[in-house]
Design a protein around this ligand. Structure first.
Ligand code: NOJ
Length: 448
């Protein structure tokens, strides 16, 4: 691989940005008429969040957005990805629109435009209004109706100012963690909940795309998928089968229906649960949407083995730590070559017009000492992953953007505040922001 000297190697039209999300950054959970989200409720339950914390204040982006956008600008990024809190816009999920919530996002977008930062809106980043969860949330047939209304309100309001839209953030993340294994909000479990949520998310992603296109003239619309290359622990048939099923779930479940291929199956009986939906309701057409771009978020490569004691799927992970391979402080395997292969794989599906890296980043235990956070491992991580992205781009992949995760340390879901992904350190008691060395590295990289 040629070595990365400057961002200009990606070409002058390449988009460089940082990403955040409403539930992880905004705080102000009861301010100006906002309704509760599933994360407000879930985080109150004992033992659900590792450090027993809540997203109620978080990094107070709601009040500090101007300062935080100045940081985005100072680091040299030109794109800012954020999500819209559904319960700020529609406190009851449906019905009444909260004018103050709308006003906040107008102010945020206006500030971006003033600073010449291109706003990218994520419509759904995991924070369903609690009022809708009471009615079944993502497992309910009503979801599509609720979501369409939310999307319509957002497009009507912000469409005239915003060109770039991402419909869903990591649908596999919120359906599996939130409705399958209950580790995330709303904490539901079981295959029936999981597959119902998957099906509604597949429909919502396509329907959301259609609505944005219809309402926002000249919109460039995508959706963002998590992806992980999956390896079997051994060459035994059982492990290979385990890896193939994991691959279907982690990498194919959402993109294939959106490309018009229906749900992946490959002889796995488990997947019959989804094909039941498409056979009886003839939804295959509605699951398809021709996105302008597909967002990829590749945080780790995964090794799995057959494990009969694990319910439903009979698969467990073989951790990076136990295999003694490089990993972040989340325990996630660092493997830039695998990232490169995933970019190529999604590109070679055919039918994908453009790829964006809508998130990329790493968690390390940072220490603030004498006003400095020397996070050399995070910088090295970005260097290796950008090198891999550049290689894919130079080999012909239409790669349009890289958005770093994330601007500031923030609420990392069930991990709470102990895990830090930011380019900017936050003292959660005082809200003091300190740019980490990785942030300075980005500034230098983007200036060349
Ligand atoms: C992907 C999710 O979109 C984001 O919310 C999360 O913080 C990062 N992964 C890191 O876990």
């Amino acid at each position: 691989m040629s070595s990365i000297l400057s961002s200009s190697q990606f070409g002058k039209d390449f988009k460089w940005g940082v990403a955040i999300s409403a539930a992880q950054n905004e705080g102000a959970y009861l301010t100006d008429g906002r309704g509760l989200s599933v994360w407000d409720t879930f985080s109150k339950r004992n033992g659900k969040i590792k450090d027993s914390s809540k997203p109620s204040v978080s990094v107070d982006f709601y009040h500090r957005y101007k300062d935080d956008l100045m940081l985005v600008k100072a680091l040299g990024f030109t794109v800012f990805r954020f999500s819209i809190s559904w319960s700020r816009i529609l406190p009851d999920g449906m019905g009444r629109v909260n004018k103050e919530g709308i006003a906040f996002y107008h102010k945020l977008i206006d500030e971006c435009l003033k600073l010449e930062l291109t706003p990218v809106i994520t419509l759904y980043h995991w924070d369903l209004p609690q009022a809708l969860e009471k009615e079944g949330g993502w497992t309910s047939h009503q979801l599509l109706k609720w979501f369409s209304r939310f999307v319509t309100v957002c497009c009507d309001e912000f469409g005239p100012k915003v060109k770039y839209w991402i419909v869903l953030n990591e649908p596999m993340g919120f359906t599996s963690l939130g409705y399958g294994i209950g580790k995330h909000a709303p904490g539901k479990t079981g295959l029936n909940n999981f597959f119902a949520a998957v099906h509604n998310a597949v429909l919502a992603q396509a329907e959301g795309g259609r609505l944005v296109k219809k309402i926002v003239k000249h919109a460039h619309v995508g959706t963002a998928f998590s992806c992980s290359e999956v390896f079997p622990k051994t060459n035994d048939d059982a492990d290979i089968k385990a890896a193939n099923l994991t691959d279907i779930l982690l990498n194919r479940l959402f993109i294939e229906p959106s490309l018009g291929r229906g749900y992946p199956h490959d002889g796995f009986a488990l997947m019959d649960k989804l094909n039941v939906y498409t056979k009886s309701w003839k939804y295959t057409d509605r699951m398809q949407f021709n996105f302008d771009f597909i967002g990829l978020q590749n945080y780790f490569a995964l090794t799995v083995k057959h494990n009969p004691i694990i319910p439903y799927i009979g698969i467990s992970e073989v951790t990076a730590k136990s295999r003694k391979v490089p990993h972040t402080d989340m325990g996630w395997e660092i493997n830039p070559q695998s990232f490169y292969r995933m970019i190529k794989r999604f590109w070679h599906y055919g039918g994908v017009k453009e790829l964006w890296i809508t998130e990329g980043g790493a968690c390390f235990k940072d220490e603030l000492k004498n006003g400095i956070v020397d996070d050399a491992r995070r910088t090295a991580y970005f260097q290796q992953y950008l090198q891999a992205a550049l290689k894919a781009k130079q080999e012909g992949v239409n790669l349009g953007a890289y958005l770093a995760w994330t601007l500031t340390d923030n609420f990392e879901w069930a991990e709470g505040y102990k895990t830090r992904f930011g380019l900017v350190h936050v003292d959660f008691k005082t809200q003091l922001r300190t740019v980490k060395n990785s942030g300075y590295w980005w500034r230098d990289f983007l200036s060349k």
